[in-house]
Design a protein around this ligand. Sequence first.
Ligand SMILES: O=P(O)(O)O[C@@H]1[C@@H](OP(=O)(O)O)[C@H](OP(=O)(O)O)[C@H](O)[C@H](OP(=O)(O)O)[C@H]1OP(=O)(O)O
Ligand SMILES: Nc1ncnc2c1ncn2[C@@H]1O[C@H](COP(=O)(O)OP(=O)(O)OP(=O)(O)O)[C@@H](O)[C@H]1O
Length: 521
Amino acid sequence: MVCWLWKAAGVDTEIHLRTTHSRVMELDKMDENDWKYHGEGNKSLVVSHVQHARVLRLLKYSTEDAENSHKTTEQAFHHIQNIVDYSQNVMKPLLGEKFVHNGEAVKLPLDFVRQLSLKVQQERPESRCDKVMDTLSGCALCLPNLTQLSCCCCCREHRPPLCIEIKPKCGFLPSSTHVTKDIKSKVCRFCMHQHFKLANGKWKRLSRYCPLDLFSGNKQRMCLAIMHLMEEPQNNFNIFKGGECIYSCNDDADVLQDLDDLAQHLRPYFLPSGSLISRPQPSKVVLNELIQVIVSALLSSWDCPRSGQPRKTHLSEGRVTCEASLLPRDLLRNGNHGLPKDCVLDKILGTQMLDSLDIEGLNPLFKRVEQYLQKFPKERSRLQIDGPYNQSFLEKVQNCPAEDDGSVEYAVGKVHQYRVAMTAKDCSIMVAIATCGEDDGLDQSVEIQPAKPRFNYSVSILDLDPKPYESVSHQSRLDAKIVNHYLRRTQPNNLEELANQSLFLGRDRDGEDCTLVFHPV
Ligand SMILES: O=P(O)(O)O[C@@H]1[C@@H](OP(=O)(O)O)[C@H](OP(=O)(O)O)[C@H](O)[C@H](OP(=O)(O)O)[C@H]1OP(=O)(O)O
Ligand SMILES: Nc1ncnc2c1ncn2[C@@H]1O[C@H](COP(=O)(O)OP(=O)(O)OP(=O)(O)O)[C@@H](O)[C@H]1O
């Protein structure tokens, strides 16, 4: 396919944020009517400014925590500043300057925050209302609105920008020798987790998406992966138009998403009225156009020259296909083309793979750190267990020795690497696209289908918070539960594998409780 995309060179929403900051964020004039509900995840709620390309990300607490842990403003500000530092000093160098916008910690008037909380309450999905927005500290993270694209041609463009948000999750199979469960080298974590989520009632249908297809670098596999995300978006896929969410998982999990509705939204972008194609195109043609654009943006190698073959990152055979993927076997066998170096997926995958030992190899090292800290609690600060997230923290992550010398430094380095990898396994990608006007800087002679629209786009990564040190034990238990559930659910006759898991004893090899809880499916 001819590349119809042109990067919005020099687009830096952060600059826009700074230059307009004093104008928009005059703290004494903050008015809740200037802000509207934008979205939320497990830990934060996001509101967007109605005029300017800016969002505020406010922390959330579970109702019990909100009553019990009254963080002082100073503590809350420190927490948010830690997020900024981690994004800026740790994740940005690993993921790339151009993809990461760390934003800034701000203190807001309490009255504004309370009014805002009341205003957004009715917009919040029921499934997220187990937590409340922090209205006590007045602290928030101010970020560029990454669903918008600020470049000169977009201002002239009458069609609002589109933005596709993908939470890709973990894109490789572990190859660590510490892995005791064979199935983990065959079926990816996301696909196994789907069965566990279905049993727990988190979702009503299995997603056919497999992250290994998205990260394969093979366009056919990637297109199918995105199609599967569209079919069943869960919390992995959203589409925004002009900053408004027009496609996401329905809170009523029984209702299937309406792809025809989505295609209606997309038609003017991909099949504009002046198009040479006069007859109405079926929805799937329009959706396919969008998918092609997303794939191109995800594979775009921002540091490579346009001419010549971009360098590719290849994973070793066996780590690249998931046995649970529903794609045709021959496509999976021959369909790993590697990712162009420095494209957004390559950066994310490289960072995810800092988890080189798998949770099974990491857990004993975590316990080594725990024992050491019990003996020497003051060492917590030197080892930067809870930050600060500065250059020295990054060096601990990057310079961790390859071999275990039995030291606590090695163990801490691996735990830090694991936590960074966890952030990369849980981040989201924003691909913002806008159609270019007729005369926007392209040599017309290269066009072979003049009726096709052209796009500017920007790619960003969001949700780059540090994962708490303590979460390692939780991860270890969750891993055992997901794997054991998967084995029970899909391979009930695989007694050898089940025996290996000490399933009947309710304990795994690390002695963690992995007793299964059964729910009707
Ligand atoms: O453990 P996972 O893989 O289920 O990931 C959690 C996510 O669930 P998912 O599987 O994507 O639906 C979960 O997402 P949801 O709340 O399910 O949308 C969070 O992102 C959670 O991160 P945190 O604890 O809020 O920092 C994520 O927890 P971490 O494991 O990243 O800490
Ligand atoms: N800078 C931004 N620009 C535009 N939209 C954003 C921005 N930051 C967050 N969002 C939107 O808000 C949603 C929630 O934000 P985020 O993922 O950071 O929350 P979270 O609670 O940390 O998520 P998680 O459940 O993964 O822990 C995102 O999915 C995205 O749609």
